[in-house]
Design a protein around this ligand. Structure first.
Ligand SMILES: [Zn+2]
Length: 349
């Protein structure tokens, strides 16, 4: 890295340790965002230094509180401040410090998932318990545990402008004790495999960073559970309107007023809806499973159309209910109980 060359550099960049430092060749690149002149501690990650206040960290993080209480007799000094080297990514620490020092930083409506992920990782690792309490509900809007939230305007408004990568949701759920966000994140990964592949399956993950082995296994299991569970969903809805009276390849119209006028629904109409759900060629939890155009083509009456829409609503409810099961949990309630247990564990209560 050119930053490491021992040549004369601007003040706001890399500087070598001063004479007062007990370490040799301590090279710190001062953070442009967080180098506070009266700070008394320097956190160093990947050679970037953040000059902040020990008291502020102590106030918010149990781990830093304990770390400073114990102290370190061999500590390095830089510009008379104690230097603490952390093994974390500089961006992770930068995001958490910005959230601590800049009042509005973590309150933006459309916070990037990358920032939320950094905050949750650091909040979990260093026990910034108030951050954890703030970040988890925000992630639950992006990867919801209710269908209402999934299709809500609030979720739309809070979805970051940058792409929402469901892989990040799975990883956070697994590593930071947030199982409640895993089913929706897995569903979103499964959607990716089927949509837009022109007949070929896509990888459930994009190519930017490779997911952990555990995340990959969970995703594969989700997809294989999906088809089995879909059998249960459809058999539980057997006999629901408009699929009540199959006669010679057609479901007869049940509208007594217009009897004889409406052709009813052909055999393939049901199969078409089922295939969409099984193959996830469309986001069946959000979009029409039988489109208005298709209903028009079948020439069915408004009574039959209403029947299809009601059936679609029931279908979505059932599909939402199987998400936890496909993800390896028993149901949403069990998952909510598990989430409460994880939260209590991490808040030390
Ligand atoms: Zn009809």
């Amino acid at each position: 890295m050119s930053d490491q060359r021992p040549i004369k550099r601007p003040r706001d960049d890399l500087e070598q340790g001063s004479a007062s430092s007990r370490s040799t060749q301590l090279a710190i690149k001062k953070s442009r965002d967080l180098w506070l002149h009266d700070g008394n501690i320097i956190l160093v990650c990947e050679s970037t230094g953040f000059r902040v206040h020990q008291s502020v960290l102590t106030l918010h993080s149990l781990v830093f509180k304990d770390m400073f209480a114990v102290g370190n007799p061999d500590e390095d000094k830089f510009e008379d401040c104690t230097v603490v080297t952390l093994p974390d990514a500089a961006d992770d620490i930068l995001h958490v410090l910005k959230a601590l020092y800049f009042r509005d930083y973590a309150n933006e409506d459309r916070l990037d998932l990358e920032v939320l992920a950094s905050l949750l990782r650091m909040a979990t690792k260093y026990m910034f318990s108030s951050f954890r309490k703030e970040i988890i509900p925000r992630l639950q809007i992006l990867f919801p545990d209710t269908h209402d939230t999934y299709i809500s305007l609030e979720r739309f408004n809070r979805t970051p402008v940058a792409k929402l990568d469901p892989k990040v949701g799975i990883e956070l759920g697994l590593t930071c004790g947030v199982p409640i966000i895993i089913p929706a994140a897995l569903y979103m990964c499964a959607l990716r495999t089927f949509m837009g592949g022109k007949g070929r399956l896509l990888s459930p993950f994009d190519n930017t960073t490779s997911p952990s082995h555990v995340a990959q296994i969970r995703c594969l299991r989700f997809m294989s559970n999906w088809s089995d569970l879909m059998d249960d969903v459809f058999s539980s809805l057997e006999g629901e309107a408009p699929w009540e009276t199959l006669e010679v390849g057609y479901w007869k119209c049940l509208n007594s007023k217009d009897a004889g006028e409406c052709p009813g629904l052909p055999l393939e109409a049901k199969r078409e809806m089922e295939t969409k759900c099984r193959r996830l060629t469309t986001n069946v939890l959000k979009r029409d499973i039988m489109s208005a155009d298709t209903m028009e083509e079948y020439g069915i009456c408004s009574f039959c159309k209403a029947g299809v829409l009601a059936y679609q609503g029931e279908l979505r409810k059932k599909i939402w209910d199987i998400l936890p099961k496909a993800a390896g949990y028993s149901d949403w309630d069990a998952l909510r109980t598990e989430q409460r247990r994880q939260d209590a564990l991490r808040e030390g209560s």
